[in-house]
Design a protein around this ligand. Structure first.
Ligand SMILES: [Zn+2]
Length: 335
């Protein structure tokens, strides 16, 4: 996938381009919206246009000028990306101090300097407080772009000094079309299911497609069904499942049990996410009642919270407990 603008970015892009052309850009922009919508791609593309010496009509970088070549090589000196040193780590005060120092320098090549902070919610409290000073005393010709999927995790004082650009999930047909253009060997049903599992975030769905989530899910479901039918014993399945990422295991179980409740309530496949598993889910639904499903969903939520809390836990024991709770909810199912 290239860094080109994504189809669902267009309305936000046009609004921003109008402001750029009217020389009416806010000093700091907060790009907010769910993960997997391409906010960082948008930020980089917008930075590129600001740095390009002859952007085309509509706000496309010319790809010909010196600045464009430097952006393509990721060596443009007027572009500064601040991110955690490793995924999941914090952005530290030293990184923000370096950014502040950088913001006071004059641009070397382009008319602007652009600073992207992604994800902005990774700034620890000291880093955030240091940034606040810069937001209070804007430097001319410096554009700040803060990217976040969790705007409420930022200091309110930071949020209030940025103008928000809210990214929304695209409509299904736009997303399906785009996903199928990225990866032609997936079926329509696969695209639709993975898009829903990705909570309608297309880049996340694409990641699912490319990371063989489909195959993983199929294997997991087959084992769950075998266990439910007493064809696979508790210890064997727990041993295998405890070697997986527990988030993913719980995530899929949640999705299947939610579908079970929908089937029990409506007796229709229409509302299901996992339509490819509908026949088998229907079989399971005949042996479980709605309240037991909800109880099991509560237990899954609790297990998820434990996994999130990162307290040391015995994965196999956790899986065993969950599966025992599940088999307590169902009546015996013939093979
Ligand atoms: Zn250019």
């Amino acid at each position: 996938m290239s860094d080109a603008l994504l189809p669902w970015h267009q309305p936000l892009w046009e609004r921003l381009q109008q402001r750029r052309q009217a020389s009416n850009l806010p000093h700091a922009l907060l790009l907010a919206g769910d993960a997997g919508l391409g906010k960082q791609i948008f930020a980089k593309q917008f930075a590129h246009v600001l740095l390009c010496s002859q952007p085309l009509v509509g706000g496309t970088p010319c790809q010909q000028c010196h600045a464009c070549h430097l952006m393509a090589a990721e060596t443009h000196p007027d572009f500064h990306l601040v991110q955690p040193e490793a995924e999941g780590k914090a952005i530290k005060i030293d990184q923000v101090r370096a950014l502040i120092e950088y913001s006071y320098k004059t641009p070397q090549i382009s008319a602007w300097k652009v600073i992207v902070i992604a994800p902005a919610d990774a700034m620890n409290i000291n880093a955030a407080n240091a940034l606040l000073k810069t937001l209070e005393e804007p430097v001319s010709n410096t554009q700040l772009l803060l990217v976040t999927a969790r705007p409420m995790a930022l200091l309110a004082t930071i949020r209030s000094r940025c103008q928000a650009l809210q990214f929304k999930t695209p409509d299904s047909s736009t997303a399906f079309q785009w996903l199928r253009n990225q990866q032609e060997d997936v079926s329509e049903e696969q695209v639709r299911i993975l898009f829903h599992l990705a909570q309608k975030a297309p880049l996340r769905a694409l990641n699912f497609i490319r990371s063989e989530e489909w195959e993983f899910r199929a294997q997991l479901f087959s084992e769950w069904l075998q266990y439910t039918r007493h064809q696979l014993d508790l210890v064997s399945i727990s041993k295998v499942w405890s070697t997986h990422d527990l988030h993913r295991v719980i995530f899929h179980l949640q999705s299947w049990v939610q579908d079970l409740t929908k089937w029990i309530q409506t007796g229709s496949f229409d509302a299901l996410v996992n339509t490819d598993l509908a026949a088998m889910l229907k079989d399971i639904a005949a042996r479980v009642d709605e309240q037991s499903c909800y109880r099991f969903l509560d237990q899954l939520n609790q297990a998820n919270a434990w996994v999130h809390s990162k307290i040391a836990l015995n994965a196999q024991l956790l899986i065993e407990q969950l599966l025992v709770q599940w088999s307590d909810s169902i009546s015996v199912m013939p093979a």
